[in-house]
Design a protein around this ligand. Structure first.
Ligand SMILES: NC(=O)C1=CN([C@@H]2O[C@H](COP(=O)(O)OP(=O)(O)OC[C@H]3O[C@@H](n4cnc5c(N)ncnc54)[C@H](OP(=O)(O)O)[C@@H]3O)[C@@H](O)[C@H]2O)C=CC1
Ligand SMILES: Cc1cn([C@H]2C[C@H](O)[C@@H](COP(=O)(O)OP(=O)(O)O[C@H]3O[C@@H](C)C(=O)[C@@H](O)[C@H]3O)O2)c(=O)[nH]c1=O
Ligand SMILES: [Mg+2]
Length: 301
């Protein structure tokens, strides 16, 4: 089966490339070089010219703070190009597996968000990701949207790498403890995408719609940072960990507001796959052992 992968160089894209590399699929990785998604016409053309049987979109404008000052670019990549992908897939009648985010919610809730709960993004990134979701829901039939959260992995930049980098050079770090969510390992998202792709290949169908897709376990960014340093120290990454201090959102001002409570209820996906994803701490162990093998400190990103 011929599968087109947008965002092939991102965290999730690289994990998809690893899991789908073998002879089972003919994977066509699309990076910025093949299609610049600031131009939706390039997204459309990439699909129709390559004649895939299924499309995965792991691309996005993911710089949450920078999006506040680049709303047009974020909208082109996260909204308009996603709409164009959906239109192209509908035209040739193939499925699109797309990834969205917990940041479509405002985080004012107090129980895990279900797929149908009201959305209300707090910033440009979340608003443009929501625009992408809504374009797909309005215009295409064969779409699965996986909403994930707090993604980390070996490739690209993420909170784990930021903590390791800062922790290596600072004796003390303040990390917000009043925003809670579900960290998610990029490879676990790629595994879900692989499972869905196989179901479609084998049955010609999928239960289309939105699914929340995060690892098990809920924590604050502060808790996440503490566990990163615990594991990094025990795996020999750092000679000593910095002192990590819990702080409030108000003590860490950022251009974009972030949801306080962004916990996704993933039971719909668990029913579909027959099992929950593993715990984020297991993903973190896997990530760190892979990074240890590849001298992460030498990487540019
Ligand atoms: N990161 C997170 O914490 C979360 C992410 N998500 C969603 O998961 C999906 C995957 O995210 P993740 O893997 O972390 O994202 P990354 O930022 O790691 O990767 C995104 C990819 O999109 C590509 N891209 C961005 N802009 C353009 C453009 N103008 N033209 C072509 N390609 C472009 C980037 O290309 P290049 O490498 O050239 O910059 C990059 O490879 C996204 O939909 C994201 O919204 C959901 C929840 C949490
Ligand atoms: C670096 C740092 C961040 N923080 C805070 C800022 C913020 O509230 C929180 C997380 O910071 P980040 O900027 O890394 O995370 P952020 O970019 O907001 O992560 C989000 O990315 C997008 C793409 C998503 O879709 C979301 O699910 C989520 O993963 O930690 C500290 O408190 N101390 C620090 O030293
Ligand atoms: Mg970020």
């Amino acid at each position: 089966m011929r599968v087109l992968l947008f965002g092939a160089n991102g965290q999730v894209g690289r994990a998809c490339q690893e899991l789908m590399a073998g002879p089972e699929f003919e994977l066509l990785p699309i990076t910025r070089r093949e299609a610049d998604l600031s131009n939706p016409a390039e997204a459309y053309e990439a699909v129709v010219s390559r004649e895939p049987q299924l499309v995965i979109n792991a691309s996005a404008y993911t710089a949450v703070d920078k999006a506040e000052s680049e709303p047009e670019l974020a909208q082109s990549v996260n909204g308009d190009s996603v709409a164009a992908m959906g239109k192209a897939c509908a035209k040739v009648d193939i499925p699109l597996i797309h990834i969205s985010t917990d940041y479509v919610f405002d985080g004012q809730g107090s129980k895990p968000y279900k797929e149908e709960d009201p959305v209300n993004p707090m910033g440009v990134y979340g608003a443009t990701k929501l625009a992408g979701e809504q374009a797909l829901e309005a215009g295409s039939n064969k779409v699965v949207i996986l909403r994930s959260s707090w993604v980390f992995g070996e490739y690209g930049s993420n909170f784990v790498k930021t903590m390791l980098r800062l922790g290596a050079s600072r004796p003390e770090l303040g990390v917000v403890s009043d925003q809670v969510g579900k960290p998610t390992y990029a490879t676990d998202i790629a595994s879900v995408i692989l499972s869905l792709t196989r179901i479609y290949r084998d049955t010609g169908d999928l239960p289309w719609g939105i699914y929340h897709c995060s690892n098990q376990g809920t924590c604050s960014w502060y808790d996440f940072a503490c566990e990163i340093f615990n594991q990094a120290e025990s795996q020999g990454f750092l000679e000593s960990s910095p002192a990590v201090k819990p702080i409030t959102t108000g003590q860490y001002p950022t251009p974009a507001a972030r949801p306080a409570y962004s916990v996704l209820d993933c039971s719909k996906l668990e029913r579909l796959l027959g099992a929950p994803l593993s715990h984020w701490q297991v993903g973190l162990e896997r990530m760190l052992s892979h990074l240890a093998a590849s001298a992460w400190l030498g990487e540019s990103k």
